[in-house]
Design a protein around this ligand. Structure first.
Ligand SMILES: Cc1cc2nc3c(=O)[nH]c(=O)nc-3n(C[C@H](O)[C@H](O)[C@H](O)COP(=O)(O)OP(=O)(O)OC[C@H]3O[C@@H](n4cnc5c(N)ncnc54)[C@H](O)[C@@H]3O)c2cc1C
Length: 502
């Protein structure tokens, strides 16, 4: 009897060891092969986060940090560009992926030093220089017990770049960032500085929000901020077809729903057939809401689990399994600032021959399940290296001219790993067009900061206000001073009355 029990114990121990050994050995292998140093971003004007847009600018101008000096410098620059027939492409943190910050042979304007911060606590209004990155803004607000109202999920981006694409994130029941912009000052193509808000220069206000740097240089921005609450994460498994219903049940009419996001499985065992909604529920705590960033540590394990997905079905299944067991924050209580203060390069590829590329499709709430069902065969036929799908809700946007959320939308953010060669790019282009067709058939749109793979016809169906947007661009900037690849890809063909070549 004793012998049998001992043998059983030994078998159990060996089995447990084998179960644990496989993921441990797998993750050790990922660590061994992973590059040890994060890649730094290319210099302003020379490329962007895609690393597929190598560009040679004629000159790079770094804006002065002192606001008065910067304003004079920029006004002189705009006058010189007009005189010499040059184009200015404005760079924030360059995380757009379609040359939105680039113009070959043009003037690259690096806005980073323009990053002053001031908070009016009474009005809960932050005044911030457009070059400031969220990782500069978050600690400043955290010191004072406040947090950003709407931003992306990572902290790398500039304020100017964020409002120029009209970003959004895990903040549920909110329109994109435009809804939190009280006003901004803009240096226009005529060299004057104007204030834009819902009450002053309203047309320009709506064009610059989501205007991709085509109407002038955004200087300071007034942003509404919110208290730095604490959240407890709870993950709810859900079938993708029920995603919207469950999301609404968890968040609508629940004032304690602080932030929320979802994931769709990219694991081969349950590809697009399982999902989860994570609710960050406000929680009462005695902890002070100031200085909450002190113990933030980047996690190596998170990176390895994420990067282990590349080229490995096992890695993809492992990540989904781990996420289902533990959720991402493993039941920890985190402040809003801690949740939003994560750099994207924690997860980014370190392989010089590859890149990570994002797509995002905005789908009306009523057609979400349809999009999941119709897009699944596209992925199964192309078998791309799809590493992650996050879902966010975006409430209707009443401020932006070139808007992607005229009604409540659910944004599906897809992260792909791609080789940096012509063949991979060509395949991605064909697949992207198919996915855009699926999104359009579901009454949806695609997000504009990423690769410019859409056809002219797809662009116009997704953004029917584009012809008027670009006509206004030419009225406000008749000499085309503010131009970039976004304009060359989408605006210039419309102006010439020709369709972009497929
Ligand atoms: C890893 C990763 C994660 C992302 N996650 C999200 C997300 O969660 N949600 C989301 O909505 N988006 C997301 N994005 C997209 C991101 O929001 C945009 O690419 C955004 O533009 C990044 O800000 P940036 O400072 O890098 O902008 P840049 O790429 O530098 O610029 C974007 C545009 O803004 C213009 N611009 C920049 N500064 C100014 C200025 N001062 N005045 C006028 N025009 C200006 C530029 O000319 C350009 O056209 C993500 C991108 C990456 C790479």
């Amino acid at each position: 009897m004793r012998k049998t029990v001992l043998s059983l114990l030994a078998i159990l121990l060996i089995a447990a060891g084998l179960i644990v050994a496989r993921p441990v050995l797998f993750l050790a292998g990922v660590w061994w092969q992973d590059g040890k140093t994060p890649r730094s971003m290319p210099a302003a004007g020379t490329d962007d986060a895609s690393r597929l847009n190598a560009t040679q600018p004629a000159e790079v101008i770094r804006v002065a940090a002192d606001p008065a000096e910067a304003e004079k410098q920029l006004a002189d620059l705009v006058r010189r560009a007009a005189r010499e027939g040059r184009h200015i492409a404005i760079a924030g943190a360059q995380h757009s992926m379609g040359g939105h910050t680039l113009y070959p042979g043009g003037i690259a304007l690096d806005m980073h030093p323009f990053n002053r911060l001031a908070l009016d606590e009474g009005k809960k209004l932050l005044t911030v220089g457009a070059g400031a990155r969220w990782h500069e803004v978050i600690p400043f607000l955290d010191e004072r017990g406040y947090a950003v109202s709407v931003m992306q999920t990572n902290n790398d981006f500039s304020v100017g770049g964020s409002i120029s694409v009209n970003c959004h994130g895990w903040q549920n029941d909110m329109p994109p960032i435009c809804g939190t912009v009280e006003s901004f000052r803009l240096l226009t193509a005529s060299g004057e500085i104007v204030r834009c808000s819902r009450g002053e220069n309203q047309e320009l206000f709506s064009l610059v929000l989501g205007g991709y740097g085509l109407f002038g240089v955004i200087l300071e921005v007034e942003l509404r901020v919110v208290p730095n609450d604490y959240y407890e994460a709870e993950a709810h498994p859900v079938a993708p077809r029920d995603y919207v219903k469950v999301y609404h049940e968890l968040t609508r009419g629940h004032p304690d729903a602080g932030m929320a996001y979802g994931r769709i499985s990219v694991a081969p065992v349950s590809f697009f057939q399982e999902a989860s909604v994570t609710l960050l529920r406000r929680t009462a705590t005695d902890k002070p809401t100031k200085h909450t960033l002190r113990d933030e540590q980047p996690s190596l394990l998170k990176r390895l689990v994420y990067r282990g997905e590349v080229g490995s079905d096992y890695g993809k299944n492992l990540r989904w399994w781990l996420e289902k067991q533990m959720g991402e924050t493993a039941g920890k209580v985190l402040s809003r600032n801690q949740v939003m203060n994560e750099p994207s390069n924690l997860y980014a590829t370190r392989d010089p021959d590859a890149t990570d590329i994002l797509h995002e499709y905005f789908i009306p709430a009523s057609r979400f399940a349809d999009f999941i069902e119709k897009s699944r065969p596209v992925f199964l036929s192309y078998r791309p290296e799809l590493l992650n799908v996050t879902v966010r809700n975006v409430e209707p946007d009443h401020d932006t001219f070139l808007r992607y959320a005229p009604e409540e939308m659910f944004g599906l953010v897809l992260l792909f790993h791609q080789r940096r060669d012509a063949a991979a790019e060509a395949t991605m282009k064909v697949m992207t067009r198919e996915l855009i067709d699926v999104a359009l058939a579901c009454g949806g749109r695609y997000y504009l900061p990423y690769r410019p793979h859409a056809t002219a016809e797809q662009f116009l169906r997704a953004y029917p206000q584009a012809p008027e947007f670009f006509a206004l661009k030419r009225r406000y900037d008749p000499h085309g001073i503010f131009e970039n690849q976004f304009y060359l890809n989408y605006g210039a063909p419309l102006a010439a009355g020709v369709e972009k070549a497929p």
